[in-house]
Design a protein around this ligand. Structure first.
Ligand SMILES: Cc1cc2nc3c(=O)[nH]c(=O)nc-3n(C[C@H](O)[C@H](O)[C@H](O)COP(=O)(O)O)c2cc1C
Ligand code: SF4
Ligand code: SF4
Length: 252
């Protein structure tokens, strides 16, 4: 089975294509009620593939919380794999995942990254890729997914990940800082172009956006996945004043 968290569809896209290649159609998409599950039956599974985006060179906190909470019947008999998607590099995300697996008593076999179009736009200097870069990344992901499928089939014990430069600093210093200071949903608001269509509210994987007087209102339970920002048909979701000149990208 494949258990996937995905904000803007890249990780879900990779999980789906990997599942097709491996003949594994049991995909659990972590959103809404699925994110609130306390137990899963995996007694008929031989492996569990964990798929998610990389957030600030670590695992998305919402994904970590899910793994920490979930009880998986048959989990200790399964082989466990990580497939993380990132825009550029993942730092030591794989080590964080291995530590989690160990704590749960689950057998971590291998970890992999797939470079996909960037979704992060909330800080100065960060924007989505231009169309050419994005489509090149998507093209390259085809061969990458085939390679990962082959590695998983053969149970190769490896961490085949793009760590990037200064991986330790990024994952051990910047990741905790980011979690503490850069994940607040408070700056989210809608701008004048908002038509009140409610799409951002319907599509939030955590159900964190309510509609009041035809305008979205953000609650406190946010994964910082940016789906609301990228999915708005009129580009009217803003984060403070840092997204005014930024662009949108959505895989699905
Ligand atoms: C909050 C946040 C932090 C991110 N941090 C990183 C990062 O540290 N390194 C990186 O290469 N990409 C980073 N990205 C880009 C995503 O990892 C990448 O675009 C991923 O494929 C998005 O997957 P999704 O569409 O399944 O959400 C970040 C994206 C977000 C929203
Ligand atoms: S998706 Fe955009 S236009 Fe629709 S309600 Fe949300 S902010 Fe407004
Ligand atoms: S409010 Fe926006 S960024 Fe936060 S979880 Fe929902 S869709 Fe993602």
């Amino acid at each position: 089975m494949i258990i996937v968290f995905s904000g803007c569809g890249n990780s879900l896209d990779v999980a789906t294509r990997l599942g097709n290649t491996l003949g594994d159609s049991n995909i659990m998409h972590l959103k809404g009620d699925a994110l609130k599950l306390n137990s899963i039956d995996a007694t008929s599974e031989r492996r569990i593939i964990w798929a998610c985006p990389v957030y600030s060179w670590g695992l998305p906190p919402v994904f970590v919380d899910f793994i920490n909470r979930i009880s998986i019947e048959g989990g200790e008999k399964c082989d466990h794999y990580l497939v993380a998607t990132c825009g550029d590099d993942a730092g030591l995300t794989h080590r964080q995942w291995r530590k989690l697996m160990k704590r749960k008593g689950w057998n971590a076999i291998s970890s992999w990254t797939v470079i996909m179009p960037n979704t992060y736009t909330l800080m100065k200097g960060f924007d989505v890729d231009d169309a050419e870069v994005a489509s090149r990344k998507l093209e390259k992901s085809v061969a990458r997914i085939a390679r990962i499928a082959e590695g998983i089939e053969s149970r190769r014990k490896v961490d085949n990940v793009v760590r990037g430069k200064f991986a330790w600093v990024k994952s051990r210093i910047i990741y905790p800082w980011f979690k503490r200071f850069a994940m607040s949903p408070k700056p989210y608001h809608s701008t004048d172009g908002c038509t009140g269509c409610g799409k951002c509210s319907r599509e939030c994987p955590l159900g964190n956006i309510s509609m009041a007087d035809n305008r979205p209102a953000w609650g406190k339970n946010c994964a910082m996945c940016l789906r609301c920002y990228h999915i708005c048909p009129t580009h009217s979701v803003a984060y403070g004043n840092s997204t005014a000149t930024k662009h949108q990208y959505l895989n699905r």
